[in-house]
Design a protein around this ligand. Sequence first.
Ligand code: NAD
Length: 416
Amino acid sequence: MIENLNPFAIAQAQLDEAAAVLQLDPDMHAFLREPMREFHFTIPVRMDDGRTRVFKAFRVQYNDARGPGKGGVRFHPDETIDTVRALAAWMTWKTAVADIPLGGAKGGVICNPRELSRGELERLSRGYMRNVWRFVGLDQDSPAPDVNTNAQIMAWMLDEYETLTGQHEPGVITGKPLELGGSAGRPPATAMGGIFAIRETGRVLGIDLQGATCAIQGYGNVGSFAHKLAVEILDLKVVAVSDEFGGIYHANGLDYPTIAAHVRETGRVPDAPDADAISNNDLLTLDVDVLIPAAIENQLTGQNADEVRARIIAELANGPTTPEADDVFDEKGIYVIPDFLCNAGGVTVSYFEMVQNAYQFYWDETLVSDRLDKKMTTAFHAVHDMAQRKQVSNRVAAYLVAIDRVATAVRLRGWV
Ligand code: NAD
């Protein structure tokens, strides 16, 4: 049978499994299976050659029972409404498992940003905000960066929002440049949260991580910081990294400053000095202690799960593992730190950014990372303990923790 790789079908299947364990009320289950609202729109962009191109775009507000929506905007040629729905659902479970007072949302534009000039990218980003500004805001929904979007794009979106509303409201967007009210420690936050979760995994499993081997797929914001911090914080030996163009390997470990400089110069991982070439699939099946998928969805599937040899899989990407691969990892006893727990560091520091914006009072990087550590450690142990108590996988346990919190808020509001 061919595996269903539709991310939203996967997100719903994961919810269904957890709902069965929880014996969730069927009406609540039906409500939590679907987004509360979604926006589909077109963005006409004047291109540099004078022609107008029309881009399709989405914003999905999955659930805001626990607080205003929160979620990134992704620019990707393969973006679909179902990817955005899945990512918005995972944001809902992520804010709940991290126990921050926000709901779940996500946005996307079908485009290839590599083919756009800087001016075209700015007009597209501003066009996105012109379409959603009425439906976003501090008390409704606040966007952030995701794949192929960054602090500069957040700055353009923020400026467009403030121009349209005539108000200064920096908290409406997070992941902003520091100069516009961004938080210290936001760029490395997603990776750092995952590194804290890996540290706690070492503790509960009784594994000494010093010098343990690690492979990382994806070398964007999350993957490159994961390389840096895995070495700096945990003293892991990162033997392989990759991006969409291919990967590199060295048994003695890859030097972060060398690889980062090569990627800055060439825009890609392959051909970095002092390393051999390796394919993405070979990277995923390396015999390492820690495997960190930090690229996109559906990388660990029924096709390659049998060959995966890592002891710990730390899912910094959203949705890297399909349900079929999950079953294989369960059987093999691989410790999976599920995505919406492992990568919750980003939204947690985004929340800290909103708090700092509201108070106009800014924290230093040490305070941010100490507070992030506390949040991640608490969330990790809530999930780990639930998995032990109920004898379920970490992913199901993370859903049990998150669904309980969201369902309680829904019930208290009297929606179901
Ligand atoms: P990014 O655009 O900065 O980097 C993505 C990286 O993945 C790039 O190196 C790209 O070359 C690589 N990639 C893309 N397709 C690939 C493929 N098929 N095989 C191998 N590599 C591939 O994005 P990012 O912000 O680093 O996000 C990475 C993942 O982390 C995504 O799943 C995203 O949803 C998730 N995430 C990001 C944040 C955040 O704060 N940025 C927070 C939570 C989760």
